[in-house]
Design a protein around this ligand. Structure first.
Ligand SMILES: Cc1cc2nc3c(=O)[nH]c(=O)nc-3n(C[C@H](O)[C@H](O)[C@H](O)COP(=O)(O)OP(=O)(O)OC[C@H]3O[C@@H](n4cnc5c(N)ncnc54)[C@H](O)[C@@H]3O)c2cc1C
Ligand SMILES: *[C@@H]1O[C@H](CO)[C@@H](O)[C@H](O)[C@H]1NC(C)=O
Ligand SMILES: *[C@@H]1O[C@H](CO)[C@@H](O)[C@H](O)[C@H]1NC(C)=O
Ligand SMILES: *[C@@H]1O[C@H](CO)[C@@H](O)[C@H](O)[C@H]1NC(C)=O
Ligand SMILES: *[C@@H]1O[C@H](CO)[C@@H](O)[C@H](O)[C@H]1NC(C)=O
Ligand SMILES: *[C@@H]1O[C@H](CO)[C@@H](O)[C@H](O)[C@H]1NC(C)=O
Length: 532
């Protein structure tokens, strides 16, 4: 167990001075404040985990921490974790943190790529407000909507929808352990985005706790803040306690497939072709490409897996493919007809015999040490460009790219409709990852490799700005260095995530949280006074 220097100091001071000093640590002052601020009648200590008092502190801290790189002993740890049971606990926590000047981070599903939801590298001490206990889901099929609390995962939401209807779904992420709280704040793309857009495009209401500790719904928060929270990134505007989402129609039977090609099987030419067609195919069809290395030392090669969801039956899919992408050579044998929930498990990477109840466990099947980045591509990358990528891939232990096709609904929504600006003109998004499983492995080597690949890709991807997906957070793009986030500096990385929407996000921030109590390494800074 690792203690932050401040808690070690607190222990020393308490040991030296007790019994003369009683209420001293920040958790004591926080508890004291909660009990005077909140109307709840239960002891708040049962929602508090400190490194000194609670043996389960580490378990709770690590429970949803997805990037193991941020769990190493050298990484700063919170003074304590607060796990509220309901909205009113969160209100009290916000009021008390503000009053006592305690820096806090907010965590729903813990998938943040740079762990800003559970690690502060710029301010110490800090605490975590972890929403894992707020996970109720209320599906209303008649209204085609659902209220889902922030701590629930997208997988739980999919399960609860399918439990009530075989012809309703929700358009959001592919990985099924994402916290719906953080996920939607950045956009939330998935296999139905070409037909229905992002998760954020399908939000109809929300509940947020603001900097004053008030609970606001859409009407009370107003359309500016409601705009900002649907794509403007997490942890900047308040604590979302629940989203009301619009369900989308799905057919009773859908079709999925995965077709794999290695370099020896013509992967390069085929991938060049995919880039020309993937965004123009029928909107019912989403074909992403998963690119990895395969084989051993002697026969190591590149493997490209065309992994797809089609909102229709296999017969129609075969026709759509014959017209739009015959080069893949899809056969009836490749096609698997299943329900929409079946497709969620398939695309989520579960073996075919896995019961859907696995989604209720809300666990990620692939935790690792990783560094990731993203890019948007507007012109097909020529074959020579691809060959340079393969060369780099073959030098790394466990490299991965996923290419996600845009087009369809994505190009019908304007850049300013939500803060997520990557719309018309984007053929596909690249997601780069390098993974390692060994804690004492050479972190620097992997990160260097990733930065090298990113540099290599520059001529082939979006420019001015080089765009990035905020849900694939990358602190290499720039970050707030201290409490007084600097708007001018932040504009550099802000434009990559939000393009021209960044200014409007900063303006909303100035209105709702001018003191910047909701902040982290890449939170939206308030505008400087003279610009408001
Ligand atoms: C394995 C894996 C697969 C992924 N697959 C996809 C995918 O298919 N599609 C996609 O779009 N993205 C995907 N992502 C990215 C994912 O959408 C983001 O990491 C997202 O931020 C996760 O939300 P979370 O609640 O789990 O994360 P957290 O780490 O809890 O939070 C992320 C950010 O949001 C803030 N935040 C958290 N909860 C709240 C809240 N209630 N109110 C306000 N702010 C909050 C945090 O402070 C932090 O800044 C994937 C990530 C991983 C690790
Ligand atoms: C919040 O939850 C606690 C514990 O379950 C309970 O005592 C309290 O009354 C609840 N508060 C509200 C407003 O529901
Ligand atoms: C953590 O330990 C303290 C002190 O023993 C106790 O009061 C509190 O209830 C514990 N918290 C939890 C969540 O068990
Ligand atoms: C879905 O598939 C099942 C099994 O193949 C079939 O019985 C059913 O009629 C199909 N439903 C629709 C709407 O096509
Ligand atoms: C590489 O060789 C191994 C052992 O000879 C074989 O099992 C594997 O399928 C080969 N991989 C590829 C991608 O050709
Ligand atoms: C992990 O990395 C260290 C240092 O590079 C090495 O000595 C060790 O053998 C590795 N362990 C495994 C299981 O690969």
């Amino acid at each position: 167990m690792v203690l932050s220097s401040s808690s070690i100091l607190s222990i020393l001071v308490v040991l030296l001075l007790s019994p003369f000093v009683v209420s001293f640590t920040i958790q004591d002052r926080f508890l004291q404040c909660l009990s005077t601020t909140s109307h709840s009648s239960y002891p708040f200590s049962t929602a508090m985990y400190t490194p000194i008092d609670n043996s389960s502190f580490a378990t709770v801290l690590l429970s949803t921490a997805q990037n193991l790189r941020y769990t190493l002993p050298s990484v700063p740890k919170p003074d304590f974790i607060f796990t509220p049971f309901n909205e009113s606990d969160i209100q009290a926590a916000v009021v008390c943190c503000k009053q006592l000047g305690i820096h806090f981070r907010v965590r729903s599903g813990g998938h943040d790529y740079e762990a800003v939801s559970y690690v502060s590298e710029i301010e110490s001490p800090f605490i975590i407000i972890d929403l894992a206990k707020l996970r109720s889901i209320d599906v209303d099929i008649e209204d085609s909507s659902a209220w889902v609390q922030a701590g629930a995962t997208n997988g739980e939401l999919y399960y609860r929808i399918a439990e009530k209807s075989k012809t309703h779904g929700f358009a959001a992420g592919l990985c099924t352990s994402l916290g719906i709280g953080g996920h939607i704040t950045g956009g939330a793309y998935g296999p139905m985005m070409r037909k229905y857009g992002l998760g954020a495009d399908n939000v109809i209401d929300a509940r947020i706790i603001d900097a004053q500790g008030r609970i606001l719904d859409r009407q009370a928060m107003g359309e500016e803040l409601f705009w900002a929270i649907r794509g403007g990134g997490g942890g900047s505007f308040g604590i979302i306690t629940a989203w009301k989402v619009k369900l989308v129609p799905v057919p009773e039977n859908v079709t999925v497939f995965t077709v794999r090609k290695t370099l020896e099987q013509g992967a390069t030419k085929l991938l060049y072709r995919w880039q020309q067609v993937a965004d123009k195919l029928d909107e019912d069809l989403f074909i992403r490409v998963i690119i990895q290395t395969a084989g051993n030392k002697g026969n190591r090669t590149i493997s490209t897996s065309y992994n797809a969801l089609f909102l229709g039956d296999a017969n129609r899919l075969l026709k759509v493919m014959e017209e739009g992408f015959p080069e893949l050579g899809l056969t009836p044998k490749d096609c698997i007809e299943t329900t929409w929930l079946g497709s969620v498990l398939y695309i989520g990477g579960y073996p075919s015999t896995t019961p859907p109840e696995v989604l209720l466990q809300a666990k990620n099947i692939l935790k690792s040490y990783f560094k990731a980045k993203s890019d948007f591509v507007q012109e097909p990358i020529p074959e020579t460009g691809l060959e340079g990528i393969w060369m780099r891939f073959l030098k790394e232990d466990s490299p991965l790219m996923i290419w996600n096709p845009f087009g369809g609904m994505m190009s019908k929504i304007s850049e300013s409709e939500t803060p997520f600006p990557h719309r018309k003109g984007d053929l596909f998004m690249i997601h780069y990852v390098t993974n390692w499983q060994n804690a004492s492995g050479n972190v620097g080597r992997h990160i260097k490799w990733m930065r090298g690949l990113y540099k290599y890709m520059k001529p082939y991807v979006s420019k001015n700005p080089r765009e990035a997906y905020v849900n694939y957070r990358d602190l290499d793009l720039g970050m707030n260095r201290n409490t007084r986030a600097n708007f001018k500096k932040a504009r550099v990385w802000g434009a990559k995530y939000y393009k021209d929407n960044f200014y409007r996000l900063a303006l909303v921030k100035s209105m709702v949280d001018p003191e910047n109590i909701f902040r982290h390494e890449q939170s939206i800074p308030p505008l400087p006074l003279h610009m408001r």
